[in-house]
Structure formats: structure tokens, C-alpha cells
Write a protein that binds this ligand. Structure first.
Ligand SMILES: [Zn+2]
Length: 295
């Protein structure tokens, strides 16, 4: 089915399908070259809510999620964030690979989506906003649209962690950290929230994802704090692919909850997306090169 998300208009889906078809030879050629050079871009996806009401643009149906996962499982190594970092760090990425992550922490994800990943042994990192979990309070971005979706419970997080899902931190109250200048508040949202989450689930919390994750929502000081606090990696969400030789601490992620054709277009490395600039959180020439320079 071409249009499997009501948030992607049919005309857009058709244009995208045409673009995907026309650019496939270019993608195959780039992929063959990257495989030969062991420099295949690593794709890190992020989902939010998998549920069948398709109420928001950050909701994907269970059917489409199932299709996406099966389609990717046939074509990519589905790997953990730590394996992605290993490939980036060692500079050896010989096979197309995708990481699955989720943001926020919606209770409905535990109905079918997370059980599917657990059953099929597909690694997943699940970033949660602690206050919403502890207070069982719906997310502000859903309340603004009149929805009161239930966040995950601590019990659900513990069960996921016990089944092998990596639970990550996504702040205490989901603020735009690009606007937080106060050091103490930044520390509370990034470091304290992660440590508290760790105590609640009784497992190490090793990764952090910035809320919203666009350039303007990131904070270089926040990256420094996360690194100093012992996080193994930090995720953004403005798009972009991760290449061997990039900074393995910063994983650039790509939106995945907009239907099948958009996912296919993105995970097979859209030549347009390869030009995304990395957020430069620390001095270092490697962080401001474009991905295209090295594809
Ligand atoms: Zn979020």
C-alpha cells in the first residue's frame, strides 16, 4: 500500500515513490561502493507511538510497523547502538545496518511493537521521559492536541529491560534543552533524570536522547555534561546518517513513523539526506564535514 499514513498525503507519497524509483540506481551504486570500501552509512531510526488510531503524526500503525521491521530485517543488519558505535569507531562498516530507537515512552508500544522486537531478537533502545512515567501524566505535545495517551509504567520499563531492551534517558520533563541556559537545570534534565531512571529500573542507563532533537533543540554544554556523567552516547533527531570515522558519541537519528515509502527512501540512503551537517558540540574538524564528503 503506497499511502499507509494519513499524515503523508497521497500525492506526496506518489511523488516520493517516483523519486525513490528514479534514484534507486544511484543508491545501488553508492551502496556497492560503500560496501567495497567498508564505509556503509549506519541508520539510526526513531519511533514514538505505535498504535492503530493514527491520532498524531508521531503515531504509526502496528501493521505498518510490522511491515517496516520485516522489510528491514530482510535487507539490513538490525543492530544495537553499541554495535553501531563500534562500527563507527573502528571505521569498519561493511554491511547496511539500522538501529531501532523509540522516544518518550508510550504505554501502547508494549501491546504489539515491543513484543515483536523482543520475539524476533531485534535490539532496541527505548528513551523515556521520567516525570511522565512516574506521574502517569500524558505528554504535553499530546495534550496540546487534546489527547491523553498513557505513558509507560515503571513495571513496563522493568519488564522491557529484563527482556533485553536498552532503556535510555529522555530528560525529566521533556523541555527544549536548546533554551535551557541554567547549568543546574541542564544537569537535572540530562544527568539527574538518567540516574533516577537507573534506580527505578535497577539497570544501567547508558544513552541519552535530546527532546525534539533538531539543531536548535541541542546544547553543546549538554553533550559535555552527558559525556562527563558517563553516558556512552547521545542521540539527536534532525536526520543524517552515521559514517565510520564520525564522532561515535553523537548518533544522528532519522524519523521513522511516517509510513513505508518514506522509511524505504530514508534507510536506503537518500542522496539528499547524505548532505546533512553534523551538530558540532565539541571542537574537531571531523564533526563539521558533510556526510557526502565521505560517502
Ligand atoms: Zn521526545
Amino acid at each position: 500500500m503506497l499511502q499507509d499514513s494519513p499524515h503523508l498525503p497521497i500525492w506526496k507519497a506518489m511523488l516520493l515513490a517516483g523519486y525513490y524509483g528514479v534514484s534507486l540506481p544511484c543508491r545501488w551504486w553508492s551502496k556497492a561502493r560503500a560496501v567495497g570500501e567498508h564505509r556503509v552509512p549506519i541508520v539510526v531510526l526513531f519511533y514514538h507511538r505505535v498504535a492503530d488510531d493514527l491520532a498524531t503524526p508521531w503515531t504509526l500503525s502496528n501493521r505498518c510497523f510490522d511491515r517496516q521491521i520485516r522489510w528491514m530485517a530482510d535487507r539490513f543488519d538490525l543492530i544495537s547502538l553499541s554495535e553501531a558505535q563500534r562500527r563507527i569507531r573502528t571505521g569498519d562498516s561493511a554491511r547496511p545496518a539500522v538501529c531501532i530507537t523509540f522516544d518518550d515512552g508510550y504505554a501502547e508500544n508494549c501491546h504489539k511493537a515491543i513484543p515483536l522486537l523482543i520475539k524476533t531478537g531485534i535490539p532496541c533502545t527505548y528513551f523515556v521521559t521520567l516525570r511522565n512515567v512516574l506521574e502517569q501524566d500524558p505528554f504535553a505535545h499530546d495534550l496540546a492536541r487534546g489527547y491523553r495517551f498513557l505513558p509507560n509504567s515503571v513495571e513496563q520499563l522493568r519488564a522491557m529491560a529484563a527482556a533485553g531492551v536498552e532503556i535510555g534517558a529522555h530528560t525529566y520533563s521533556h523541555p527544549d534543552l536548546g533554551l535551557v541556559a541554567d547549568e543546574q537545570e541542564l544537569y537535572r534534565q540530562i544527568v539527574v533524570a538518567g540516574r533516577e531512571l537507573q534506580q527505578w529500573i535497577d539497570r544501567p542507563v547508558r544513552y541519552f536522547a535530546f527532546p525534539f532533537g533538531q539543531y536548535a533543540n541541542l546544547s553543546a554544554r549538554g553533550f559535555e555534561m552527558a559525556k562527563a556523567a558517563g553516558y556512552l552516547g547521545v542521540c539527536s533527531a534532525y536526520g543524517g546518517y552515521n559514517l565510520p570515522g564520525d564522532d561515535p558519541f553523537h548518533l544522528q537519528r532519522i524519523h521513522a513513523d511516517e509510513g513505508m515509502i518514506r522509511l524505504k527512501n530514508r534507510v536506503t540512503v537518500d542522496p539528499r539526506g547524505a548532505r546533512v551537517h553534523r551538530f558540532a558540540w565539541a571542537p574537531g574538524a571531523s564533526e563539521v564535514k558533510t556526510a557526502m564528503d565521505r560517502v
